[in-house]
Design a protein around this ligand. Structure first.
Ligand code: HEM
Length: 136
């Protein structure tokens, strides 16, 4: 008897995406992140690098982070071959703007305060380190 492989890998319920609360939590974090970017003058330089309309990024970043955190990979399937390098190549990311991204994301995660808190904090630190590592 042959057993058909599933069309897609089965979701791992232990992945951070699911443990932290799934799509509603990732959407809340990204909305808070872009709210901070729009409202707090400390992130004005970062804001100015983005398109005038942040609505597409409010859609896109939570989907990217979902796949990155072990959840649904729709963004990656819709964007074959796109990676962090190719996305950000057109932009000059300074240490300042990288630090603004990292701080706004760490704040957004802290404000949404998903559980488990230690996993949420760890995700903020990893994203913060990733962003700071992109600054030149
Ligand atoms: C280090 C500082 C960073 C800066 C200054 C930055 C800046 C930008 C800018 C200007 C865009 C284009 C969006 C627009 O024009 O509105 C963009 C796109 C994007 N960024 Fe960043 N970014 C940074 C870090 C990150 C990090 C750490 C991640 C993810 C972990 C990330 C994920 C993305 C994604 C997924 C897109 C494209 C989304 C899409 O087109 O579907 N960025 N970024």
């Amino acid at each position: 008897m042959t057993v058909d492989a599933p069309a897609k890998p089965t979701a791992n319920p232990n992945a951070p995406f699911y443990r932290l609360g799934g799509a509603p939590v990732f959407e809340a974090i990204c909305n808070r992140f872009y709210d901070l970017m729009e409202q707090d003058p400390a992130y004005a330089e970062l804001r100015a690098m983005h398109a005038p309309d942040l609505a597409p990024m409010r859609e896109s970043l939570p989907k990217f982070l979902a796949g990155w955190a072990g959840g649904p990979r729709d963004w990656f399937e819709a964007n074959p071959g796109r990676c962090m390098m190719s996305i950000h190549k057109p932009f000059t990311i300074t240490k300042d703007t990288a630090g603004q991204w990292a701080e706004a994301m760490e704040r957004a995660i802290a404000d949404v305060a998903p559980e488990p808190a230690d996993m949420a904090k760890a995700m903020g630190e990893v994203l913060g380190d990733l962003a700071r590592g992109m600054g030149r």
